[in-house]
Write a protein that binds this ligand. Structure first.
Ligand SMILES: NC(=O)c1ccc[n+]([C@@H]2O[C@H](COP(=O)([O-])OP(=O)(O)OC[C@H]3O[C@@H](n4cnc5c(N)ncnc54)[C@H](OP(=O)(O)O)[C@@H]3O)[C@@H](O)[C@H]2O)c1
Length: 331
């Protein structure tokens, strides 16, 4: 990278607002001379939560590049509208969906069966579905829905789809986390049995941090020749989800928010470009690996133990464990 581009990136990164806003994307794109991600012809991809916002833009970007798109949605009418809009916008007709709430583990098992029954490899799995739950709700097994839908459900789906992902050698699993995770340190106990009254944004931040911890743990366990794992922050993106969860922030930051096309740039690049298979387990923002901590207070004293304990908790609650020796040597 040229010195001016490197300096600008560092200044944007230090400023936070500059980095996460649309200006971060636009300056970096120009100075680093980003090329559009390549074609994905022949790839089959699965995106969760593709009825709006980042998920819809991501599914559209994949379809535009020639990938066969499969997606998960919660609502039939919204799913049909999303599928039709993807087909109309891209001309790619190989777009299909299944219905599931990612917090419902039986529904997640059915998603995996649907993908596996079709046969063939799965090139990319995008864990995008997510929102802030304004009130405390639990799934059928008593797990809080933000945690169930954005950590436990994705964990189970990844585990069940490993055979199809490994067939793509390597398949790519990409988790849409959030800069909100920078506000908290990972703490399994606080994640699964939080003290005090329900706090929607604190719950969301802990869940987004857990996604990053789990991403690194999957990478540690699965050989990168079989499957690679990435987590990322898309930046501040103008979506219905952002406006619903942070209405005041969305109103004030409106002019600086990224478009959804800008918000899915790094995601699409990691899914399509050769650079997406040269590392595993990292946290990305604007096509670069970023630190997972911005303050010493959030730094873990035992990252390996954190990952192992979170994986074990997910494994026991999702009732899925890996077959020893499969896809790597570190189960
Ligand atoms: N926008 C931002 O600035 C920003 C920043 C950082 C991270 N993110 C992350 O980006 C992802 C997408 O958010 P967005 O801003 O694009 O919001 P959005 O427009 O509200 O889209 C969220 C999508 O996820 C689906 N979804 C939510 N919970 C689900 C569940 N339990 N099961 C199945 N589908 C579910 C929604 O389905 P319905 O249509 O049924 O509601 C919708 O399709 C989230 O993980 C969010 O945390 C966003």
């Amino acid at each position: 990278m040229r010195p001016l581009a490197r300096l600008t990136d560092a200044a944007l990164e230090a400023s936070v607002v500059g980095s996460f806003s649309r200006y971060g994307y636009r300056w970096r794109r120009r100075l680093e001379q980003w090329r559009d991600p390549p074609a994905m012809t022949g790839a089959r991809v699965l995106v969760t939560g593709a009825t709006s916002g980042i998920g819809l833009a991501c599914a559209r970007a994949f379809a535009l590049r020639g990938a066969a798109v499969r997606f998960v949605a919660r609502d039939l009418e919204r799913a049909v509208a999303a599928r039709d809009s993807i087909v109309d916008a891209t001309g790619q007709r190989d777009v299909d969906f299944t219905l599931a709430d990612m917090a419902d583990l039986e529904a997640v098992r059915a998603v995996a069966q649907w993908v596996l029954a079709e046969g063939g490899d799965l090139s990319v799995l995008v864990h995008n579905a997510g929102s802030v739950s304004p009130t405390l709700r639990t799934n059928g097994a008593g797990v809080e829905v933000t945690l169930a839908g954005q950590v436990l459900g994705p964990f189970l789906l990844t585990g069940l789809l490993l055979p199809a992902l490994a067939g793509a050698s390597p398949g790519r699993v990409i988790t849409v986390s959030s800069g909100g995770m920078y506000t908290v340190r990972h703490d399994l106990r606080a994640l699964v049995t939080p003290a005090g009254p329900y706090d929607a944004l604190a719950t969301y931040a802990r869940v987004k941090r857990a996604q990053v911890v789990l991403n690194a743990e999957w990478a540690r366990r699965v050989a990168s020749t079989s499957v690679v794992f990435h987590s990322l922050h898309p930046g501040w993106v103008d979506t219905a989800g952002l406006r619903a969860s942070l209405p005041r922030f969305a109103a004030v930051a409106g002019p600086w928010l990224r478009t959804t096309a800008e918000g899915v740039d790094t995601l699409t690049w990691l899914a399509a470009a050769p650079s997406g298979v040269t590392s595993s387990g990292e946290f990305w923002h604007d096509r670069r690996v970023r630190s997972t901590d911005r303050r010493p207070a959030t730094r873990s004293a035992d990252p390996a133990g954190d990952g192992a304990r979170l994986f074990a908790w997910c494994s026991s609650h999702a009732r899925w464990s890996p077959t020893p020796g499969l896809y790597g040597q570190r189960w």
